[in-house]
Ligand binder design. Structure first.
Ligand code: COA
Length: 661
């Protein structure tokens, strides 16, 4: 059998998953039999498919009409002679081993010898299901996510006797129906996604059970620090606490060493199943109606986020070490199956393997469960100093941070970010002609460096920049201000530079320092920063756009107040008048600047240039010309590959990978 020979598909079970899987195959042009135990049940499955196809049709997302696609699906009751020539069957019945074994026995007896038999089980061993057939080499796990038509991930898992050839065909088949498969080489109940998810669930339970934090605090850290789309307990509510409970119980029976969770057991006993019953860890408006629970952002620092992911990282390391799957597939499964912004191994590399190991050890100490014995692979990584991003290698290899020292400026390239650090700390980074030239050089160098997507301008020491070097004024003639590559020219260059530049205002931003910061796209200030235009105190006025940009940011009155009085204001005051865009406590400053910069760096470079030019140039003209600029740039973007990728990723519910073309 090879992939080209697969033409007819049989889906056994027309429930939530079964009908969705049948729809996916039919959408890709396959002939499908949809089978269930009664006509009523299978009819209901067919109706759901029709409803879903009509929705796609309304949204203009179908290439054929609904009836054509429906005509490819034949509803049948039980397994009749009709299906004996199908090439590929997938079972999507309820999660009971005895039932699945019975179905596979019938499939084995009814279907032709070469046919591949797949199960959509989410938690049962493939090997045990396969043993009920005489073709164990052709039995495989093919796990779709709900709803199959929208979720792009498919986990392909081999049983003990499944051949590589069978696995290859099913992997390819998943691709042909437009899915992103991940390959699991060994039979591990729960596949990748559920195993890793339960690592996260259980670690979070331990944190709460042992009184280290409340469940809302765990969820705040998950949402706001790890960037999860939902809090951990919120996700349990959403999934259904009964489902979580039953999977946990099922695994216990299979002898999988996962620590239990008394919080889930209690909720299960009280029938507080989450969204479906209107109450779980959180309360919902009515049974079945989800609304985002209130998880205050202020609680985000109450728990160390590495504790939340530690169990999953340990499990992922175990899977990797045992050759169950590749690191790329492990991470892909987490991104696509759980909607996390990055893979679990990437998280580990960023948090630091040493920190993750400490967190696993803490969970072990608290739970005394073997699940939290630190995996040998993590220990080995610790021994060879592969601690993640900070040492240049962890599960992945990272570009080493490159540093280049000019006389007054330090350039740090840390793709996709680059830092231009004003480096005259003893003079509070006062700006000289030489410093201006060096910043210019750094900007020129970074403009063509495709690894770099966002720039950060900051200062070394306790100051961003205390302004133009006052001493140098004494040697300047009026004409010099016009003639040389001055600060005035530099701020214009920054404001029209083709990559976003953030000003990370770490301390004083005074005079020319503030003018530099105002030319940047976004200003993030440390709580300790102080800002002002004190030129008036020495008998001059701002000379690099201060009289122009400041009124535009804060209004004429407030600008005059600052420029006429020369007064210095705090970061908080600056935020209140709109002079800075974000204020962050000093201990979180670098982390937060990087977070914002990295988020921007993930976007399409072409969209970012277009947005910047539309805002910068459009806002300096009248609204009609401004909108024309906006429209022209919008139109141009439609011709880029990035927009195609953005739309494709949206439809496939994954993160886009923009390249700037
Ligand atoms: N030009 C030249 N040198 C400057 C400078 C500037 N704009 N800003 C600070 N420095 C120098 C100081 O002269 C001092 O040098 P020194 O150690 O050789 O005396 C050094 O940087 C440290 O500054 P200092 O004044 O000792 O620190 P502080 O914490 O007491 O005060 C400021 C900090 C920012 C309030 C103060 O330095 C200041 O007012 N600077 C000038 C700000 C200004 O007017 N900028 C606009 C210029 S047009």
């Amino acid at each position: 059998m090879d992939i080209e020979q697969i033409k007819k598909i049989l889906v056994v079970g027309s429930g939530t998953m079964g009908h969705g899987i049948a729809e996916v195959f039919a959408l890709s042009g396959y002939e499908v039999y949809l089978s269930d135990i009664s006509q009523d049940i299978v009819n209901s499955g067919m109706q759901k498919i029709k409803w879903s196809l009509e929705k796609f049709h309304e949204k203009g997302r179908l290439k054929e009409n609904v009836d054509h696609i429906m005509a490819r699906i034949k509803p049948i009751v039980g397994l009749s002679e009709q299906v004996k020539d199908v090439d590929f069957a997938i079972e999507a019945a309820v999660e009971r081993l005895d039932l699945k074994r019975q179905i596979f026995q019938s499939l084995d007896q009814t279907l032709k010898e070469e046919a591949i038999l797949a199960t959509n089980t989410s938690s049962l061993p493939i090997t045990l299901i396969a043993r009920s057939t005489k073709r164990e080499d052709k039995v495989i796990g093919m796990h779709f996510f709900n709803p199959p038509v929208l979720m792009s991930l498919v986990e392909v898992m081999k049983g003990e006797k499944t051949t590589d050839q069978t696995a290859k065909i099913v992997y390819e088949l998943a691709k042909r129906i437009g899915k992103q498969p991940v390959m699991i080489n060994k039979d591990v109940p729960g596949y990748l996604v559920n195993r890793l998810l339960f690592g996260i669930f259980n670690g979070s339970c331990i944190i709460v059970e042992k009184g280290l934090a409340s469940f809302t605090e765990v969820d705040a850290a998950a949402r706001y620090k790890l960037g999860f789309p939902m809090g951990v307990f919120e996700l349990m509510d959403y999934t259904g606490i009964d489902v979580v409970y039953l999977i946990n119980e099922g695994w216990k029976q299979l002898g999988i060493e996962l620590p239990g969770c008394s919080l889930i057991d209690e909720k299960f006993k009280m029938k507080e199943f989450g969204v479906k019953s209107g109450k779980g860890f959180y309360a919902y408006p009515s049974p079945g109606k989800y609304s985002k629970p209130d998880i205050p952002i202020e609680l985000k620092d109450k728990v160390d986020p590495s504790l939340i992911i530690a169990g999953a990282v340990n499990e992922a390391a175990r899977l990797l070490r045992n050759g169950v799957s590749s690191k790329e597939d492990i991470d892909l499964s987490v991104e696509l199956g759980l909607g996390l912004p990055k893979g679990i191994l990437r998280y580990a590399d960023e948090i630091g393997i040493d920190n993750v190991v400490n967190a696993i050890s803490k969970l072990k100490l608290e739970s005394n469960n073997e699940f939290y014995n630190v995996d040998a692979l993590l220990m080995q990584m610790m021994g060879s100093n592969k601690l993640g991003v900070k040492t240049g290698e962890g599960f992945y290899i990272y570009n080493k941070v490159e540093e280049k020292k000019y006389k007054n400026v330090l350039l740090r390239i840390e793709p996709p970010l680059a830092w231009i650090i004003l480096d005259r700390p003893e003079m509070l980074n006062a700006i000289t002609q030489e410093l201006v030239e060096e910043v210019n050089k750094a900007l020129d160098e970074l403009e063509t460096d495709n690894r770099v997507r966002t720039l950060i301008l900051t200062g070394n020491g306790r100051s961003f920049s205390a302004g133009a070097d006052i001493a140098s004024f004494l040697n300047l003639k009026p004409i010099d201000i016009i003639r040389y590559r001055t600060l005035r020219e530099l701020v214009s260059k920054i404001s029209l530079y083709t990559k976003p530049i953030l000003a990370a205002i770490n301390g004083y931003a005074l005079g020319g320092g503030l003018e530099l910061a105002m030319a940047c796209d976004i200003r993030i200030a440390s709580e300790t920063a102080q800002l002002g235009q004190p030129e008036i105190n020495i008998g001059i006025i701002p000379g690099a756009g201060g009289t122009q940009r400041l009124p535009k940011l804060v209004g004429k009155g407030k600008a005059k107040m600052l420029i006429y009085t020369g007064e210095i204001i705090s970061a908080k005051q600056a935020y209140e008048i709109g002079l800075v865009d974000l204020v962050v406590p000093p201990e979180k400053f670098e982390e937060e600047v990087k977070r914002v910069a990295t988020k921007i760096a993930e976007k399409s470079p072409s969209s970012l240039i277009a947005a910047k030019l539309a805002i910068e140039m459009g806002n300096e003209t009248n609204i009609w010309d401004g909108m024309l600029i906006e429209g022209a740039l919008f139109g141009l973007l439609l011709t880029t590959n990035d927009v195609k990728e953005g739309i494709k990723a949206f439809l496939e519910k994954r993160k886009p990978k923009f390249v700037g073309e």
